[in-house]
Design a protein around this ligand. Structure first.
Ligand code: NAD
Length: 708
C-alpha cells in the first residue's frame, strides 16, 4: 500500500499513483502519503504539472469504509483537507481516471484542476446506498461540474455512469478529455498536461456556478420523490438539502451544510445498519475450511431436474448468466408446461424493453427440454428441484449418480430436508451440496449453500463461485431442518399463528410487521409461497418430533383448500387475476370456530407486542443456529433475512437489530414471555448462547465459528 511519485520528466510532469490494492481506498495512511507527495511535487521548481492516477486498473473506490465511525476517519489530512490542499496548489493537477472512480475517489478527482477519463471508466457517488451522503464536497462540486439535475439524479440514486455517458452530457465540465477505447490513459493525461501547464488561473470546480432556473420547483419535486421512495431512510432527504444549499449558498457555507448532514447520517441508526449489511455480505464470502485459492470446478453446462416453480426459475437464472441449461421433467406434458413458463416470463421483459429480443432468443436457444435423465450425462452441475419428498429426492439422486459423469456436482434445492440423507443415496456424497434458491429464483439475490457432512471444500468453493456467476449472494449453512432462513421462519410463523389463536387477525399481524418495515407480513408471505407447503412440513414434523407444539389454525385453513394466492384463497381472499390481499370473512369465521374449539377467549395485542413476539422468535432461533454452528456468524443470518425474507435494510437484519436494542433487554423480554401465559411458553426461554452473551456483555461478532 503506497503512493508512488515519478521524478519530473523532460516536460516537468510528475506522475503520482495511488496504489492500495484492491480498490485504492483512501484510508488514513494513503491520505497522509498523498498529501506529502503533492506538497513535494508542488515545491519542486522543475515540476510543471502533476498527473494523479490509480494503480490496479482503477482510480479509487473512495473512502475506506472500515474507517467509518473510527478516529482514523477524522485523522488529518481528512479527505476534505486533502481536496482543499489540491485546490490551493500552484501546480496544475490532472486526474487520470480509468476503471472505478467512486465516492471519495470522485470527490478527490473533482478537487483536481483537470480530468482525463477513460470512456469505460465508472464514476459515481453511491454513498446514499450506505445511508450517507458524499461528505467531502461531492454534493457541491458534482452539480457544478455536470449540472444540478444530472447531479441530483446520480447522487439520489447512487447511480454510476461511464466516462462516455458523462462526457455526452450537455455543458458538462467534469471531463476535460475523454480517452477512447484502445488509447493510452497516461499518454493522454501527459498530452493534456503539456497543453495546459502554463494556463493561469488554475480552474477550480468550486469557483464554477451551480445554478438552476427554478430551484424551488426542482428541489420541491425531488424532495417529495425522495421521501415517497424511502420514507424510513433519511439519507435521500439529506442529499436534497445539501444539493439545495449548493444552489443557494456561497460555496463554503453550503459545504458546511453538507458536513452537518453527513455527520448526522453517519451517527444515525439507519446508516449504521446499512453499513453492517454491506460488511455482512462481504464477510459471507469467507467459508471456514475453504481456502480462498481453492481451485473451483468449471461450470459450463447445467442440468435442472423438475420444471415446476423453482426449476423454471433456476433455469432462467442460469440462462441469464449465459449458461446452457438442460431442463428435465417426468413427462412431456409437464416439460411443455415448464418450457412455456420460461418463455412466458421472458416475453414481458422484451415488451417492457428490459431485454432485447435478440438476447431473449439467445437465452431460449441455450435451453433444452428433456424427459430422460440420461441426457444429463455430461453436465458439470445438476440442480434438483422436484417435490419436497425424501423418497422422491433419494430416487432422483440415485438415478443421477448412475448417469452423470464423475466430478460433476449434484445439488438439491430442498427447503428443509436432510442433505446427508439425500447424499447417501449416491456413491459420491462429497459432490453433493444444497443450493437453496428463493422464489422467484431468477429474481431473488439470496442463495443458501448447504454444506453436508461430506461436502468437499472445492464443491463449496465452486458453489460460492457459481452464486457469483448468477449475481447472487451466497450464505453457507450447515445441514439442519430448514437450514438458516426457513428454520427461523418456522418459529416466526409459529408465533404469528399463535397470535391468531389468541384473537389477532392476519391483517393485524401483517400490518404490524409491515409498519415495522418487513416487505410483507407473515400471512401474505405464506399465501404467496403456498400454505400447503407448510402443511406438508408440519405433517412430517408431527411424525419426527411429536412434542412440537403448533397452532392448528393453518391446518384448518388448508383443510378448507385455502392454499394461498395460487387458488385465489388463503389467509386472505384474492380477486381473480389480482394479487392484493382482501380481508376474508371466511377466514374470520374459520378462526372464530377454531378459537371456540381450543377454548381460547380472544385477547388483544398492540402492534408493538406483535412485533416484539415475532422479532424475538427470529432472534432466539438465530442465536440457537449460531450456537449449533448451523450459521457461522450472526451477520450471515442478517444477510439471509435482508436478501431472502424482506427484513428492512435500515434495521440491518434481526441479529443486528437485537444488538442495537441490547442483548440484555432481549433476554429480559424473552424471559417475560417464557413466564407465560400462552401456548408453549417454554419455547421463549432464551437460547443458552443469548443468555451467556447477555450475562457477559458479549456481542455476536465475538463468536465467529472456527469451523464454520
Ligand atoms: P413444484 O411442485 O412446482 O415443482 C416440482 C416439479 O418437479 C414438478 O413439475 C414435477 O413434475 C417435477 N418432478 C417430480 N418428480 C420428478 C422427477 N422424478 N423427475 C423430473 N421431474 C420431477 O415444486 P417447487 O415449488 O418448484 O419446489 C421444488 C423444490 O424446491 C422443493 O424441494 C421445494 O421445497 C424447493 N423450494 C421451493 C420454494 C418455493 O417457494 N416454491 C423455494 C425454495 C425451495
Amino acid at each position: 500500500m503506497s503512493i508512488t511519485s515519478t521524478a519530473p520528466d523532460a516536460d516537468g510532469i510528475v506522475v503520482i499513483t495511488i496504489d492500495a490494492a484492491p480498490v485504492n481506498a483512501l484510508g488514513a495512511e494513503i491520505r497522509t502519503a498523498l498529501a506529502r507527495a503533492l506538497d513535494v511535487a508542488d515545491a519542486d521548481t522543475t515540476c510543471r504539472a502533476i498527473v494523479l492516477t490509480g494503480a490496479n486498473g482503477l482510480f479509487s473506490a473512495g473512502a475506506d469504509v472500515k474507517e467509518f465511525n473510527t478516529p482514523r476517519m477524522v485523522q488529518e489530512p481528512t479527505l476534505r483537507s486533502l481536496i482543499a490542499q489540491l485546490e490551493q496548489l500552484t501546480t496544475p493537477v490532472i486526474a487520470a481516471i480509468e476503471g472505478t472512480c467512486l465516492g471519495g475517489g470522485l470527490e478527490l478527482a473533482l478537487g483536481c484542476h483537470y480530468r482525463v477519463v477513460h470512456a469505460r471508466a465508472s464514476l459515481g457517488l453511491p454513498e446514499v446506498l450506505l445511508g450517507l451522503l458524499p461528505g467531502a464536497g461531492g454534493t457541491q462540486r458534482l452539480p457544478r461540474a455536470i449540472g444540478v439535475e444530472p447531479a441530483t439524479d446520480m447522487i439520489l440514486a447512487g447511480r454510476t455512469k461511464s466516462g462516455a455517458e458523462l462526457h455526452a452530457l450537455a455543458g458538462q465540465r467534469l471531463i476535460t478529455a475523454l480517452v477512447p477505447e484502445g488509447d493510452d490513459l497516461l499518454q493522454s493525461a501527459r498530452l493534456l498536461a503539456r497543453a495546459v501547464h502554463a494556463h493561469r488561473p488554475l480552474p477550480r470546480v468550486r469557483d464554477w456556478p451551480a445554478t438552476h432556473a427554478f430551484p424551488d420547483a426542482w428541489f420541491g419535486f425531488v424532495r417529495q420523490q425522495a421521501t415517497a421512495r424511502s420514507a424510513r431512510l433519511p439519507a435521500a432527504g439529506a442529499c436534497v438539502t445539501a444539493l439545495d444549499a449548493a444552489v443557494r449558498l456561497p460555496f463554503d457555507e453550503a459545504l458546511a451544510v453538507e458536513r452537518a448532514q453527513f455527520l448526522q447520517l453517519m451517527h444515525g441508526p439507519e446508516s449504521k445498519a446499512l453499513r453492517h449489511a454491506f460488511f455482512a455480505e462481504r464477510a459471507a464470502r469467507r467459508v471456514a475450511g475453504v481456502h480462498a485459492n481453492t481451485e473451483v470446478r468449471a461450470i459450463t453446462r447445467v442440468g435442472v431436474v423438475g420444471a415446476g416453480t423453482m426449476g423454471t426459475g433456476i433455469a432462467m437464472a442460469c440462462l441469464a448468466a449465459e449458461l446452457p441449461v438442460i431442463l428435465v421433467e417426468r413427462d412431456e406434458a409437464a416439460l411443455t408446461r415448464g418450457l412455456s413458463t420460461v418463455r412466458n416470463a421472458l416475453d414481458p421483459l422484451v415488451q417492457r424493453g428490459k431485454l432485447s429480443a435478440a438476447t431473449a432468443k439467445t437465452r431460449l436457444d441455450r435451453l433444452r427440454g428433456e424427459t430422460d435423465v440420461q441426457t444429463l450425462a455430461d453436465v458439470d452441475l445438476v440442480i434438483e428441484a422436484v417435490f419436497e419428498d425424501m423418497t422422491v429426492k433419494r430416487s432422483v439422486f440415485a438415478e443421477l449418480d448412475a448417469v452423470v459423469r464423475p466430478g460433476a456436482i449434484l445439488a438439491t434445492n430442498t427447503s428443509t430436508l436432510d442433505i446427508d440423507q439425500i447424499a447417501s443415496a449416491t456413491s459420491r456424497p462429497a459432490d453433493v451440496v444444497g443450493l437453496h434458491f428463493f422464489s422467484p429464483a431468477q429474481v431473488m439475490k439470496l442463495l443458501e449453500v448447504v454444506r453436508g457432512t461430506a461436502t468437499a471444500p472445492d464443491v463449496l468453493a465452486t458453489a460460492m463461485a457459481f452464486a457469483r456467476t448468477l449475481r447472487k449472494t451466497a450464505v453457507i449453512a450447515r445441514n439442519s431442518d430448514g437450514f438458516i432462513g426457513n428454520r427461523m421462519f418456522q418459529q416466526y410463523t409459529r408465533q404469528a399463528t399463535f397470535l391468531l389463536d389468541a384473537g389477532c387477525t392476519p391483517q393485524q399481524v401483517d400490518g404490524a410487521m409491515e409498519r415495522f418495515g418487513m416487505a410483507m407480513g407473515p400471512f401474505r408471505v405464506l399465501d404467496l409461497a403456498g400454505n400447503d407447503i407448510g402443511w406438508a412440513v408440519r405433517k412430517r414434523r408431527a411424525v419426527e418430533h411429536p412434542d412440537l407444539v403448533y397452532s392448528q389454525a393453518g391446518d384448518r385453513l388448508c383443510e378448507a383448500g385455502r392454499f394461498g394466492q395460487k387458488v385465489g384463497a388463503g389467509w386472505y381472499d384474492y380477486l381473480p387475476g389480482r394479487r392484493d390481499p382482501q380481508p376474508s370473512a371466511t377466514v374470520q369465521g374459520l378462526l372464530a370456530s377454531h378459537r371456540a374449539a381450543i377454548a381460547r377467549a380472544p385477547q388483544s395485542f398492540t402492534n408493538d407486542e406483535i412485533v416484539e413476539r415475532l422479532v424475538l422468535a427470529l432472534v432466539n432461533e438465530g442465536a440457537a443456529l449460531l450456537d449449533e454452528g448451523i450459521a457461522a456468524r450472526a451477520s450471515d443470518i442478517d444477510v439471509v433475512y435482508l436478501l431472502g425474507y424482506g427484513f428492512p435494510s435500515w434495521r440491518g437484519g434481526p441479529m443486528h437489530y437485537a444488538e442495537q436494542i441490547g442483548l440484555a433487554s432481549i433476554v429480559r423480554a424473552l424471559r417475560r414471555l417464557a413466564a407465560g401465559p400462552g401456548p408453549d411458553p417454554q419455547s421463549w426461554l432464551p437460547s443458552p448462547l443469548l443468555a451467556r452473551l447477555a450475562a457477559f456483555h458479549g456481542a455476536f461478532a465475538d463468536l465467529e465459528h472456527a469451523d464454520g
